[in-house]
Design a protein around this ligand. Structure first.
Ligand SMILES: C[S@@+](CC[C@H](N)C(=O)[O-])C[C@H]1O[C@@H](n2cnc3c(N)ncnc32)[C@H](O)[C@@H]1O
Length: 236
């Protein structure tokens, strides 16, 4: 069982690398600005004072163009983690307050109770053990810390056919995601769902490698949960 999950994950990671080598050819990402996109996304959840109070920020599954690459310039320390970091052509460079570590979220190389904010966007459907990653995030968050989590979710009705989608190890529904977050020991502060923000040209219908984006445009949601760790009850 463990072996088959690892195999599927490795296959998904090969597909992921391939996607990042070719994403600039996709017509709907022409002129895409990651910085503007992340700024807009975070403004839905964090107030300006939460943005400036977050001094230690960790991004799990940062990819080549993650949040810590573009935002939180004044933070004390930002850490971007991703198992593929050394393999991305467009990999980010460390700077005065940002470091990058090639690591999996199931074992975060970070001490307990260190982070003000953890960001994990479009990652938990690519991993080996989503529950273990949430437990690790909870371990590294300060008691008043925050997690901003995003997962691409699908209606439950599609679950039986989603095994065909090999670039992903998991397929989450909205209710499954909420359960995952609660089981991970988090209290939900805000949730938002957005449609897949791409405009597909008509010619996409004639291109089989675009059909998954057409499907996503109609059925997938970018599902966000902003949450905080539940504190253990105090014993008298
Ligand atoms: C779809 S990309 C998202 C990247 C970035 N968060 C973004 O939104 O642009 C998914 C990322 O998750 C990373 N990933 C896959 N398995 C992981 C794991 N077990 N722990 C942490 N990151 C993982 C992949 O290497 C990949 O960079």
């Amino acid at each position: 069982m463990k072996n088959s999950i690892t195999k599927r994950w490795q296959e998904a990671q090969r597909a992921e690398l391939d996607w990042w080598q070719n994403w600039r050819r996709l017509p709907f990402y022409t002129n895409h600005s990651f910085e503007n996109n992340w700024r807009k996304v975070l403004s839905h959840f964090l107030t300006p004072s939460e943005m400036s109070n977050a001094q230690t920020i960790i991004e799990v599954g940062t990819g080549p163009h993650g949040v810590v690459r573009y935002l939180f310039e004044d933070a004390s320390i930002k850490i971007g983690l991703d198992p593929l970091l050394c393999r991305f052509d467009e990999r980010p460079r460390p700077n005065k307050n940002t470091c990058y570590v090639a690591a999996v979220g199931e074992f975060l190389p970070v001490r307990d109770v260190a982070a003000d904010l953890v960001v994990c966007i479009n990652v938990l459907d690519h991993v080996m053990d989503a529950g273990q990653i949430l437990r690790e995030i909870r371990r590294v968050l300060k008691p008043n810390g925050r997690l901003l989590l995003e997962i691409h979710t699908f209606p439950k009705i599609f679950t039986p056919i989603m095994f065909l989608d090999h670039p992903h190890t998991y397929h989450w529904s909205w209710s499954g995601m909420l359960q995952l977050v609660r089981d991970g020991g988090f209290e939900i502060i805000t949730t938002r769902q957005f449609p897949f923000p791409v405009t597909l040209p008509l010619k996409s219908w004639a291109m089989p490698n675009h059909w998954k984006y057409i499907f996503g445009r109609h059925f997938m949601r970018l599902s966000y949960v902003y949450c905080s760790p539940i504190l253990p009850a105090k014993s008298n």
